[in-house]
Design a protein around this ligand. Structure first.
Ligand SMILES: [Zn+2]
Ligand SMILES: [Zn+2]
Length: 116
């Protein structure tokens, strides 16, 4: 459980989710089209398709972690989509379920999500 717990560390001084005002825990979503102040959503709100003022659910986005964006150079679009499909299929708020779903994805993806 230790590596999963790392996601809950350090709420620090990030702004809250625009959707539900909860503290953001990583990974979370940053809209790539809204700005200049960052439009941040937790994964629950993102998967619900939360929209607010200018922000529409079909905006481009980045998946944020503390160290680096999940969308790395060298990742293929297919790998990125596989991750997002895992998000959609498994849901968030239950990392045990989510991580078990990741087993069917490539090892690189698996480690990338769980060890950050
Ligand atoms: Zn939220
Ligand atoms: Zn937006």
């Amino acid at each position: 459980m230790d590596r999963l717990a790392s996601f809950a560390n350090d709420p620090s001084d990030k702004p809250p989710c625009r959707g539900c005002s909860s503290y953001l825990t990583e990974p979370y979503i940053k809209c790539a089209e809204c700005g200049p102040s960052p439009f941040l959503l937790c994964l629950q709100c993102f998967t619900r398709g939360f929209e607010y003022k200018k922000h529409q659910s079909d905006h481009k986005y980045e998946i944020m972690t503390s160290d680096f964006p999940v969308l790395e150079p060298g990742w293929t679009a297919q790998e990125e989509m596989a991750l997002l499909e895992a998000v959609m299929d498994c849901g968030f708020g239950n990392w045990l379920v989510f991580s078990s779903c990741l087993v069917r994805f490539p090892y690189k993806l698996h480690t990338h999500v769980l060890i950050s």
